[in-house]
Design a protein around this ligand. Structure first.
Ligand code: NDP
Length: 450
């Protein structure tokens, strides 16, 4: 081992790269990590954390409106976008410092700059060559925008976090996590939002009831959702932007944001030189242990074609460190990973959708509840919560749990433990609810949907 400069050299100090580097150093390995942009990667800088702060900001408008039914009179709220962005930036800078401290405290050598593979054991950063026994590729992903005329006038989520002011009219293109989250953010802050999705119903891959419930709630709030809508050209029109659709329709906005997926950030990483194989989308191909096509080179997180979520990258990192430095080969477990979409209202989901369960298991029972949250009996808001359980009839196992409504992410996190433990519907039924909560509905649904 000592013939190389380091035992582990990590490229990319995002969620996965930082965790793997710290834990490997903690296990006694000599570790260096190179980062060309910002410590903490997408999640800390232009993803989960600032997004959730913006979602909180967007939610206040409804909170203020809802307060009236509870006897509060509040003056017409005024929103200050630059103040929010400055406060958010201060918090992100603090977190960047926390990440630096964690790496330094663990004894990891931090290198600022773009790292590139030279061969299977050598990396080049800022003109110097460094050797390592093992190399970990964790460079993450980057927004991908389709190539239509005028696309350079559109922004991605990266820029949305740094706009100088709140745009009055926003067009969002896409129908995945980021698109629905930003539709809620901009709408909540007071912008007029049109969301365009190319298919018949957004959030492909989510449970159909969830997709329909969110579409209905977003429309009730006043978001202009348009499905089967495909922009074909973007042009400047004075201070505004003009978007042409392929059905001949034309829209105007002050900001056009694309959230049409993210691609692995592998350009100029030296993959070919080192012999690291990728798939057709450029994702690094790995085996169950996160090993690439080169024996001593590993890859985790969004650069691989697995699940693009921070906790998944961290889990992959922890497993890799066990494999490499604890003599305990460990395969990351990608089954039943829960997730939340921080739309307004949010989605929480774990396990199989109803359609997946029917296709895989055959006979399934579905339990579904739609209700108006207690809070809105006084606020007067017309909002429905949806909860749904999918149960394998043969084993009585709860194989999927889905929710659209306030705190869905918080609630589904607990339910996810039960699903992971292979809990049965009878065990859900044997659990006494907490009253009055929305969550109790998950243990009181008795009659399957006909
Ligand atoms: P997604 O893959 O979730 O969604 C991409 C969307 O863009 C889909 O609706 C897709 O449509 C559409 N699309 C793709 N290509 C085109 C195109 N050429 N023209 C028009 N529409 C197109 O990507 P996101 O960018 O929203 O997010 C990336 C990933 O980041 C997510 O998958 C998720 O894993 C992660 N993430 C997680 C969050 C969370 O946990 N809360 C929050 C944000 C991101 P179609 O379905 O038809 O292919």
């Amino acid at each position: 081992m000592a013939s190389h400069d380091y035992d582990l050299f990590t490229i990319g100090a995002g969620s996965g790269g930082v965790r793997a580097s710290r834990m490997a150093a903690g296990a006694g390995a000599r570790v260096a990590v190179a980062e060309e942009r910002y410590l903490g990667g997408t999640c800390v800088n232009v993803g989960c954390i600032p997004k959730k702060l913006l979602v909180h900001a967007a939610h206040f408008r409804e909170e203020v409106e809802d307060a009236a039914g509870f006897g509060w009179s509040v003056a017409e709220p005024v929103f200050d976008w630059p103040a929010l962005i400055a406060n958010k930036d201060r918090e992100i800078a603090r977190l960047n410092g926390v990440y630096a401290g964690l790496l330094d405290g663990a004894g990891v050598t931090r290198i600022e700059g773009r790292a590139r593979l030279v061969d299977a054991h050598t990396v080049e950063v800022g003109g110097s060559r460094i050797t390592a026994t093992n190399i970990l590729l964790a460079p993450g992903g980057w927004p991908h925008l389709p190539d239509i005329p005028g696309i350079e006038l559109a922004i991605s989520s990266n820029e949305a976090f740094h706009l100088a002011g709140l745009p009055r009219r926003v067009i969002i293109v896409g129908g995945g996590y980021i698109a629905v989250e930003f539709a809620g953010i901009f709408h909540g802050m007071g912008a007029d939002v049109v969301q365009l999705y190319r298919g018949p119903l957004f959030l492909r891959g989510f449970d159909d009831d969830v997709r329909e419930a969110l579409a209905s709630e977003m429309r009730k709030k006043g978001i202009d959702l348009r499905f089967e809508a495909r922009p074909s050209r973007i042009e400047r029109a004075g201070d505004a932007l003009r978007v042409e659709l392929d059905d001949g329709g034309v829209l105007e906005a002050d900001c056009v944001m694309y959230a049409t997926g993210r691609r692995p950030l592998t350009a100029d990483l030296g993959l070919e030189e080192a012999g690291v194989a990728t798939d057709v989308y450029g994702a690094i191909t790995v085996d169950a242990y996160s090993r690439t096509s080169v024996e001593n080179i590993w890859a985790i997180g969004d650069v691989t074609d697995r699940i693009q979520l921070t906790p998944v990258a961290i889990h992959e990192a922890m497993c890799l460190v066990r494999t490499l430095f604890h003599d305990d080969p460990t395969v990351p477990d990608h089954a039943d990973v829960a997730s939340a979409v921080f739309s307004l209202p949010p989605i929480g989901t774990v396990g199989l959708t109803e359609a997946e369960a029917r296709a895989r298991l055959g006979d399934v029972d579905v339990y579904r509840s739609r209700f108006r949250p207690l809070k809105h009996t006084l606020s007067g808001r017309d909002e429905q919560t949806l909860m749904k359980l999918v149960v394998d009839r043969a084993s009585d196992r709860v194989v999927g749990a889905h929710m659209v409504g306030p705190d869905a992410g918080e609630i589904i996190q607990g339910i996810a433990i039960a699903v992971k433990m292979r809990a049965t519907k009878a065990q859900f039924d044997a659990t006494v609810g907490i009253h009055p909560t929305a969550a109790e509905e998950f243990v009181t649904m008795r009659e399957p949907v006909a």
